[in-house]
Design a protein around this ligand. Sequence first.
Ligand SMILES: [Zn+2]
Length: 330
Amino acid sequence: MKRCKRCILPVNFPHVTFDKEGVCNLCREYKGRDADKRLKKEYRDKFKRLIKGLAGKSEYDVLMCYSGGKDSTYTLDIFKNVYKLKVLAFTLDNGFFAERAYVNIRNAVEKLDVDHIFFKVRFELLKKIFKRAMRGESFYPKKTLERASTICTSCVGFVKYVSLKIAIEKDIPFIGFGWSPGQAPITSSVLKIEPLMIKSMEMALKGPMSKIAGKGIEPYFLNERHYSKRDFPIFIHPLAFLGYDEEKILKKIGKFGWKKPPEVDLNATNCLLNTLADEVHIAKYGFHPYVYEIAKFVREGYMTRREGLKHIPFEKDQKVIRMVKKRLGV
Ligand SMILES: [Zn+2]
């Protein structure tokens, strides 16, 4: 497959153009690491200013969306030990965590000495949504398909709105995420979103989900009582402005007893559903759902092009896929 000579975006990727030299428009538009450095400092300062004004006013300063994967484990430590915030970790269990992921979560929250809550979504309801996504149906806005599979977008949606709900109800000023610099840009790393904007984003997920699962999805989304609050939590993903070094991350979290679950693929460090989600996406759209993220990593120098290509294999582990399908009842 023809790909950008610099990053690894394939020619069939939506809305990407290539010049005569075979370089994509995103690589041409990239301003370089110096510009990134300035931007990172700007956002680090912004977060520090916000902490000054908002920390210490509630029981918790930050609700950390904690998947138990490597990046979020590392981020949990950053909030607690670098920024000295009072952290409540929150894990949304989609029913497909690798067994080792539960051990990793327990180890990390105990070692870091933070409070933690598990939120397990009703499995029958999740199954309905995952099964529809598995058929290759895309029911969310088209743009989401460029960044993630329909299955991943579903789970991330649950994480986002359940965490918002908890943070609003508990008056927690920040919601933390472990997005890597490939997954989310620096410019969104400290993000205050107006309730009206949240509402329209919410509808783009809730609308299609309720068509599949009916009123059963209500508990996972906001209602008027939440929207009547004036101050909404601020989203923070610090890895974008602090930098990202995989080796350093693995070394650090190893100290908390974190080990990569043996059955998950290269891009996931907790969820088994990922492999099937990738396979369905590749079959339908002809590109890997992680390619945008990995290409950004390569473009910005976090990974070599050769390493990047290793992360987007088209062949998937059928053993894991069979096991997941069995659990879904298909
Ligand atoms: Zn490129």
